[in-house]
Design a protein around this ligand. Structure first.
Ligand SMILES: Nc1ncnc2c1ncn2[C@@H]1O[C@H](COP(=O)(O)OP(=O)(O)O)[C@@H](O)[C@H]1O
Ligand SMILES: [Mg+2]
Length: 282
């Protein structure tokens, strides 16, 4: 494996040595005191791959994502992102985090700053971009999430779905190589879920590498290259969405899916209009 250190301004395509996974997780463990939450996770995510992580509450999904951007320090094991070992004690954590965008269930927008300010402040503070350049990047990304007309609005003037799209645009404005989503639609009213999933579908189509913790099985079936089912801090099974969701190999997966799945949301009856949240491939 060639040892290359990508230049600081590398584009995503340059930043990962060829053939290497964008995210590489090996024997990852995380304990909080006596609570052994992650119990040996091995997972690779290829450049441009979309991996959906599903599993019951408390199974360690959020902890896994948080270990991938070092919001939590792993207890054991290694995590590489774009070829850089995050778990190396000498790693520049801030430099690594810039390459990893994270979107949470709660949008965490600054309430007293307008949408443009929410997108430009982190760019200026963390990346040192000047005001004009930061505003230009903000405009591009608001356009990408369909909110170009909301640049001057304050968060309280936006719906939950719009606020989450702003949060996605904020993460994109940092130019990440990888996007991590932790139940990004769970706090939304049902009628607002589709617009956020549409933006995520768009990013997936653009080739963004994504890890998505979600309960949206129809999204996982449509967009995920791979679905990972976690329970009790381990990966119980993984594979193409159609396999894991439709023909799970393990009893634990079947039990989980039986509990959460509305079969009509996954497999529309033959001849029925699948509804407006589904869009044609491509
Ligand atoms: N910062 C923390 N301190 C202590 N315990 C935590 C912390 N974060 C998560 N946990 C515990 O880790 C377990 C897994 O939580 P989490 O990763 O949030 O699961 P999930 O996202 O699958 O619902 C839970 O038992 C939770 O209480
Ligand atoms: Mg969680």
């Amino acid at each position: 494996m060639p040892q290359q250190t990508p230049p600081a301004d590398a584009t995503p395509a340059d930043a990962t040595p060829a053939g290497r996974p964008e995210i590489e997780i090996r024997d990852l463990h995380k304990s909080f005191g006596d609570n052994h939450v992650l119990r040996g996770i091995d997972l690779d995510v290829a450049p441009g791959e979309v991996v959906c992580v599903i599993g019951p509450s408390g199974s360690g999904k959020s902890t896994l994502l948080r270990c991938v951007n070092l919001l939590e320090e792993p207890s054991r094991g290694t995590v590489h992102v774009g070829g850089t070992e995050l778990t190396d004690p000498d790693v520049d954590i801030d430099a690594v985090r810039r390459r990893i965008g994270m979107v949470f269930q709660q949008f965490n927008l600054f309430p007293h700053v307008d949408v443009t300010g929410n997108l430009t402040l982190p760019q200026r503070r963390v990346l040192g971009r000047d005001k004009a350049r930061a505003a230009e990047v903000a405009r591009e990304n608001l356009d990408r999430v369909g909110l170009a007309d909301k640049a001057g609005a304050f968060p309280a003037q936006l719906s939950g779905g719009q606020q989450q799209r702003v949060a996605i645009a904020r993460a994109l404005s940092m130019g990440p190589e990888v996007m991590l989503f932790d139940e990004p639609t769970s706090a939304l009213d049902p009628e607002l879920v589709g617009e956020v999933l549409s933006v995520m579908r768009l990013l997936a189509g653009e080739g963004m590498t994504m890890m998505v913790v979600t309960h949206e099985m129809s999204f996982a079936r449509e967009v995920a290259d791979r679905v990972v089912f976690m329970d009790g801090g381990v990966i119980v099974e993984q594979g193409p969405a159609a396999q894991v969701i439709t023909r799970p190999a393990h009893e634990r997966t079947r039990n989980f899916l039986d509990r959460i799945l509305d079969p009509a949301a996954v497999e529309p009856p033959v001849g029925e209009d699948p509804g407006p949240t589904r869009q044609p491939e491509g």
